[in-house]
Design a protein around this ligand. Structure first.
Ligand SMILES: Cc1cc2nc3c(=O)[nH]c(=O)nc-3n(C[C@H](O)[C@H](O)[C@H](O)COP(=O)(O)OP(=O)(O)OC[C@H]3O[C@@H](n4cnc5c(N)ncnc54)[C@H](O)[C@@H]3O)c2cc1C
Length: 429
């Protein structure tokens, strides 16, 4: 790919048909598909190396896609119908085909339903995308942040002026904003797109960390740090079940992590989440299943029976919470003791004091409202020529490759739409 790493102010800024701001998952796809459609594309990136988040994703293995996807795997304040149409524009099977056949990255599906490169190496994905961008003629300008984007009425149809940290200026007829959210700021995403959208009068839904480790209100759970097991977590507001997530769970020194905790965190980290209650069903067994496992135990002690199923430290903690002596024989449990024990096992309250914030959150929920963009193009309705893609938009997915799926699909959509606008404008001249 043509790259430029040294930038200096110029009196006559270049005018690009399309400038993409942000070379993460969404920006790389936007640039690639715009260039493949025949437009000249400048791809601007703060970090010296594009795709920083792809490189650290999926525990360093890059969970590039889910193996199956439903609309309910995604959350937005906007129209579900708009979201359905967007995903229908590039079905999951075709996205997978793109990675395997087009980029030549062999993929595998794991038991959890997550899709990874066979090599477990995220560089394969980044290098594949960068190689494809180079072949398509995308010009990469990496290592300098875009500090301002102004709407102008410039020569050669330029509608936007980009200013870089050095003071260098570049003009563009169309801009695709793929600057990500606020999560893991060291990868370059610092909320630029949110601030810019707001300054242009576009509505931005309140943002908050999602897929984020939770902080326990009760420091006692910290004694279980390092213990992991399968759970089902449920988030409730009053009597209403807001959502549930099943999977692996990890106690940390400060609270709760692992895929199940990250997945449910959205309900607790959202505005108003302070009143949401979290409860755990250990091993994902419901009350009836725990009742069954505790019945017929006869002379066995509670502690011994539970330790056959659950980690020792958790058993100690749960029996303390239920106020049931570890040595009590199962057959001798009073009705109340049995009830308290089953509650601690199947609906154990986990009081939450907050979350670890954007420093460790995998994604940012909220963002530029979906109804601010046209679904067919992702172009801002109020700012012609300005397109959005990826996490900057108000769409967030569950854990399991869904957030990359959104970035790939929306990036491609914005890139193709911007290119089509350029080509039609050129044809009309
Ligand atoms: C630790 C971690 C692990 C994750 N693992 C997975 C996973 O396995 N599977 C999955 O589906 N999702 C995963 N995610 C989420 C996924 O990485 C994001 O949803 C996805 O990267 C969003 O893509 P994006 O292109 O919209 O934003 P980003 O990837 O954040 O890219 C935005 C880019 O824009 C650049 N930028 C921002 N502002 C400017 C500016 N002013 N000028 C120039 N450049 C700018 C940034 O430097 C960055 O490169 C993970 C996230 C984290 C933090």
């Amino acid at each position: 790919m043509n790259t430029s790493q040294q930038h200096s102010p110029s009196a006559n800024p270049e005018v690009w048909p399309i400038a993409v701001i942000g070379a993460g998952a969404a920006g790389l796809l936007a640039a690639l598909f715009a260039a493949r459609a025949g437009a000249q594309v400048l791809l601007c990136e703060t970090r010296p190396k594009p795709g920083a988040k792809i490189r650290v994703s999926g525990g360093g293995r890059c969970n590039v896609l889910p193996s199956q996807s439903e609309l309910d795997d995604f959350f937005t304040h906007g129209s579900r119908n708009a979201l359905r149409n967007l995903f229908a524009s590039w079905p999951l099977a075709q996205v997978r085909e793109f990675f395997e056949s087009d980029l030549g990255v062999a993929l595998k599906v794991e038991e959890t339903g997550k899709v990874f490169p066979v090599s477990d190496d995220p560089r394969e994905i980044v290098d594949g995308l960068l190689g494809a961008c180079a072949t398509a003629g995308v010009r990469l300008r990496a290592g300098e942040r875009v500090t301002a984007l102004r709407c102008i009425d410039g020569p050669a149809g330029a509608r936007f002026e980009l200013e870089f940290e050095s003071g260098a200026l570049v003009r563009a007829r169309n801009v695709i904003l793929a600057t990500g959210g606020l999560s893991l700021p060291k990868t370059g995403s610092d909320g630029f797109g949110f601030a810019l959208a707001q300054s242009l009068g576009l509505r931005v839904e309140a943002t908050y960390p999602a897929l984020v480790p939770l902080l326990a209100a009760d420091a006692g759970w910290g004694e279980l740090a390092g213990v992991s097991l399968r759970v089902e977590l449920r988030a409730r507001a009053g009597d209403k079940l807001l959502g549930a997530s099943a999977g692996d769970f990890l106690f940390t020194h400060r609270g709760f992590s692992g895929p199940a905790a990250l997945d449910i965190s959205r309900f607790l980290a959202a505005p108003g989440g302070e009143s949401v209650r979290l409860e755990a069903a250990w091993l994902a067994f419901d009350a009836a299943e725990w009742e069954r496992r505790l019945s017929g135990g006869g002379v066995r002690a509670v502690g011994g029976a539970l330790r056959e199923l659950l980690p020792r430290r958790l058993v100690t903690r749960l029996t303390e919470l239920a106020a049931v002596p570890l040595e009590r024989r199962l057959a001798e449990l009073t009705r109340d003791e049995r009830k308290r024990l089953v509650t601690a096992l199947a609906a154990c309250p986990l009081a939450i004091a907050g979350n670890e914030g954007y420093r460790t959150a995998e994604v940012t929920a909220g963002g530029v409202a979906l109804d601010e963009v046209a679904t067919k193009t992702l172009e801002a309705r109020a700012v012609p020529g300005l397109y959005f893609a990826g996490e900057v938009l108000d769409v967030v997915g569950r854990i399991g490759g869904f957030n990359f799926l959104w970035a790939w699909v929306s990036g491609r959509k914005a890139g193709m739409a911007a290119a089509s606008a350029v080509l039609s404008a050129d044809a009309a001249r």
